[in-house]
Design a protein around this ligand. Structure first.
Ligand SMILES: [Fe+2]
Ligand SMILES: [Fe+2]
Length: 481
């Protein structure tokens, strides 16, 4: 069998030779109806009978892996795709450094591996649930299509994790796979596992922030798991990263287009002060200070996803060879972190200080730092849009102590600049830094759907290029079919 191309002859497209792996094929086919029920209950609201111009993976060859065509979402071919097996791959870090990568789950690491796969798996359907209402208010057919592309691919990522659970973890893996369809984002009794995935995504600015900041946490996690000594997990994550890149593109360009439209409108109206919120809002665009507040919110929620700065779980997973560092193989050190230290931001006697910690226990902090660096790229692009339009305003990332629920700073309040403040000051001023109900109402008032071909809502600029190089008047979604 050619591992580059995907076999579409079984009900579940795959490049893992499922037609000869009857037991796993049976387990997946057994799981399929529950998945379809979940999709119809919790997937995109409406548009299930519309034809959407979607890409489907037909190969894992990085030079050409996707095919675009009109598909009804419930007929999307969700499949199991792993990057090709590297010959003689070795474990690139930890106590088993240099030993052959595992093709089966090592008994002593079973529980840890299962937990990591379940946590990753849980985020995938969660984001689909969070975004399910957005189709109704899409600013264009182009954006509507992008939303659905992200949604079907998050669905596929769920399949990817479920395959690992069902193939390698026997009965408890199958139970975990069922539970992934049972939890619901924001549900009081059975919520999704991580905080950011239980938050609402009430409007399209939130969606763009989510795909920029929260999908990027996913990118960092997938990169670390792509280093795993458990080879099937590594191969799975490597291919997921190919798809994930588009999600972050949707976020980055989405925010860029919002910022651009706001700047254009201010310029046309002769507004020189971007902080003149009332005047800017009267133009029907989102003022930059409100964009900054949304950014504060989504960045801080996403930082929480990295867990505690100092963590023995992270150290154990690294030592075991299960979860590596971002770009592990290109780091020049012993890959075991025997005597290394890493600076961690901590709260010491009420002051934020850098403290050297053993690098092994500081792995979450390191990954979070890599994440922050990665986030900065988008800010540079957005700020360039603002400065090119001639405005003196800069979007910034808040201090890591700002608005945290997990880790060192969970019990304190800080301003976006990182100045520690008391409860009363926080309560009085939080609406200056985070979206207030009034901000939410204003954004909601702009969320009117635009479904005419080639048209865009007045609060967002058209994209520079179409998807799959399509022209501006391309019908990305045929709504009534
Ligand atoms: Fe994903
Ligand atoms: Fe994603």
């Amino acid at each position: 069998m050619n591992y580059m191309n995907v076999d579409y002859s079984t009900k579940i497209p795959n490049n893992v030779n499922l037609s000869e792996d009857r037991q796993v094929l049976k387990a997946l086919e057994g799981w399929h109806p529950g998945y379809m029920d979940w999709w119809s209950d919790m997937g995109p609201e409406g548009f299930q009978q519309s034809l959407v111009y979607l890409r489907t993976a037909y190969s894992v060859d990085p030079r050409g892996w996707a095919k675009f065509d009109y598909v009804k979402m419930p007929e999307y071919r969700w499949g199991i795709l792993l990057a090709p097996q590297e010959e003689n791959r070795v474990i690139p870090f930890g106590e088993n450094y240099g030993k052959p990568a595992w093709q089966e789950v090592p008994g002593e690491h079973r529980a840890t591996l299962r937990r990591l796969i379940v946590i990753q798996g849980d985020t995938e359907p969660a984001s689909v649930e969070q975004q399910r209402h957005l189709g109704k208010t899409a600013p264009s057919l182009y954006d509507l299509r992008n939303l659905f592309q992200v949604n079907v691919e998050e669905g596929r990522h769920l399949w990817a994790m479920v395959y690992l659970l069902q193939k390698y973890f026997g009965r408890d893996g199958r139970e975990e796979a069922d539970d992934l369809l049972r939890r619901r984002s924001g549900d009081a009794d059975s919520p999704r596992m991580l905080g950011a995935f239980n938050e609402a995504t009430p409007d399209w600015l939130s969606f763009f922030m989510f795909t920029y900041f929260t999908d990027r946490d996913g990118k960092m996690q997938l990169h670390s798991l792509a280093q795993s000594g458990f080879d099937p997990l590594s191969r799975t994550c490597r291919f997921m990263l190919t798809e994930e890149a588009h999600h972050m593109f949707v976020g980055e360009t989405g925010i860029s287009r919002v910022v651009q439209r706001t700047c254009e409108a201010m310029k046309e109206a002769g507004i020189t002060d971007p902080n003149d919120i009332a005047k800017v809002r009267a133009l029907g665009v989102i003022d930059l200070p409100t964009i900054q507040k949304k950014l504060h919110l989504h960045y801080s929620l996403s930082l929480d996803l990295f867990g505690s700065e100092v963590s023995t779980n992270a150290a154990n997973a690294f030592n075991a060879g299960i979860k590596g560092r971002y770009k592990e193989t290109s780091i020049d050190d012993d890959h075991q972190l025997k005597n290394a230290t890493y600076p961690v931001l901590k709260l010491v006697d009420g002051v934020i200080k850098r403290v050297d910690e053993p690098a092994l226990t500081a792995l979450n902090m390191r990954l979070r730092d890599d994440y922050t660096q990665d986030c900065v790229k988008g800010l540079l692009r957005w700020n360039k849009v603002i400065s090119l339009a001639g405005f003196d305003y800069k979007l910034t990332l808040p201090n890591v102590a700002f608005h945290r629920q997990i880790g060192e700073f969970r019990d304190v309040h800080a301003t976006p600049e990182g100045v520690l403040i008391d409860d009363a000051t926080w309560n009085k001023r939080r609406n200056e830094w985070l979206p207030s109900p009034a901000d939410g109402d204003f954004i909601a008032s702009l969320m009117k759907p635009v479904t005419e071909i080639g048209e865009y809502a007045p609060w967002i600029s058209p994209p520079k290029v179409g998807i799959d190089n399509k022209p501006g008047d391309f019908e990305y979604v045929k709504i009534d079919t």
